[in-house]
Design a protein around this ligand. Structure first.
Ligand code: GTP
Ligand code: MG
Length: 295
């Protein structure tokens, strides 16, 4: 009998949710950076193993939103709890629970969703700290399991899968067994470019950028991509482009390398930078860039 179910990965920004998703799938479908609020939309990752299909939902980090975009991100993350067979509540070793996390835990309780506490980044602190984190979080609710892991080093992943498997139900698979994500290729291309912006530039600039794929043309086993990078200020545009275009060139080169690996063909990337003042605070502009809060 086939089994399947939805597992939402949720927690504060930067704890390693997207890293976990990529490690579980063995394929990079969600972008990762050392900056908080990297993930902006819900990202579906599908793992079909033997008779079980796990449908993971990686979500934007839950934070105290300061922009309309932030509001939409948090709403989408919290909304993903509903209808999930279980939730992976992720935090990182060495941390103590804060208000945002307590709010999330209240939601898990209210929705009576089975919750696995996953404590990530155990590779970065000593064992004693991991123990303290377990003691700090465990009493907050009746967690189904408490699992220390390192998403980066792929340590503890099997235990997470085994724990989640208990909440999969007997039903037909929702997706073909060779499908790993529902993201269209254009979206993956846009996200790869955004990851390179996050990794190349400092401070607030990357957070105010959005990437729109204007052209995605496949021909003769190569893909030609033209993308527009929107930023919030004219001064940011200059920084993104850099001296003699050096910064934009670097972003394009890194993006091309990743895309060639992902798509398995030669890729040509053409990047343009535009300004759309304070778009993160405009619902209309955010919608135009593909963010909406109606799911
Ligand atoms: N040392 C260590 N670092 C990790 C681990 N997992 C993730 N990281 C790092 O933590 C940072 C954040 O990782 P992400 O996967 O982008 O975190 P996220 O929770 O998806 O963040 P948001 O999308 O902003 O909510 C990156 O620099 C990762 O390399 C881990 O197990 N150990
Ligand atoms: Mg993420």
């Amino acid at each position: 009998m086939k089994r399947s179910g939805f597992i939402t990965i949720i927690g504060k920004p930067n704890v390693g949710k997207s890293t976990l998703l990529n490690t579980i799938l063995g394929e990079k479908i969600a972008i990762v950076s050392s900056k908080p609020q990297t993930t902006r939309t819900r990202i579906m990752g599908i793992l079909t193993k033997d008779e079980t299909q796990f449908v993971f939902l990686d979500t934007p980090g839950v934070h105290k939103a300061k922009t309309r975009l932030g509001d939409i991100m948090v709403k989408n993350a919290v909304g993903s709890i509903t209808g999930s067979n279980c939730v992976i509540f992720m935090t990182e070793a060495g941390r103590t629970p804060d208000k945002t996390e307590l709010m999330l835990i209240e939601k898990f309780k209210k929705q009576r969703v089975p919750t696995l506490l996953v404590i990530n980044k155990v590779d970065s602190v000593d064992k004693e700290k991991v123990g303290q984190t377990i003691i700090g979080y465990s009493p907050l609710m009746n967690f189904e399991d408490v699992i220390p892991i390192s998403a980066l080093k792929a340590d503890g992943i099997d235990i997470v899968l085994k724990a989640a498997e208990r909440f999969m139900t007997e039903e037909r698979w929702f997706f073909p067994d060779d499908m790993i994500t529902d993201q269209p290729e254009r979206q993956i291309a846009a996200e790869i470019i955004r990851e390179k912006i996050l990794r190349t530039l400092d401070k607030e600039i990357p957070h105010g950028t959005a990437v729109v794929i204007e052209e995605f043309k496949e021909s003769n086993s190569m893909i030609k991509i033209r993308a527009e990078i929107f930023c919030e200020k004219a001064s940011h545009k200059g920084i993104i482009i850099g001296k003699n275009g050096a910064s934009l060139k670097r972003i394009g080169t890194y993006a091309r390398e990743d895309m060639e690996q992902f798509f398995g063909v030669q890729v040509f990337v053409d990047l343009w930078v535009k300004v759309k003042e304070n778009w993160r605070d405009s619902v209309a502009a955010a919608r135009n860039f593909g963010f909406n809060d109606d799911n």
